[in-house]
Design a protein around this ligand. Structure first.
Ligand code: ZN
Length: 86
């Protein structure tokens, strides 16, 4: 099961470079010449399929080095479009 989520988790910046496949994010730039995506080396939860898991992932990614607040991880996980929500 997959949603249509696309995000910026892999750092390309100017365009969405992550896609959800089965609730995990794959790097859209990381594929063979037929466009088959490679298995991700690390499991990044999709913020639409598994919001809690995605927030947890980003919190852990940044907690040790920079002490990110959980709120910041939430923004990264869900993307800037969420700013329209109250
Ligand atoms: Zn998804």
């Amino acid at each position: 099961m997959s949603c249509n989520y696309q995000g910026y988790e892999f750092g390309a910046g100017a365009y969405p470079d992550s896609v959800c496949i089965g609730g995990r994010l794959f790097d859209a730039d990381n594929c063979d010449d037929k466009g088959n995506l490679y298995e991700p080396t690390e499991e990044i939860p999709c913020p639409m399929c598994n919001e809690a898991g995605a927030v947890e992932y980003w919190t852990q990614q940044h907690m040790s080095s920079q002490g990110w607040p959980r709120k910041h991880a939430m923004v990264i996980a869900k993307g800037p479009s969420q700013k329209h929500s109250p």
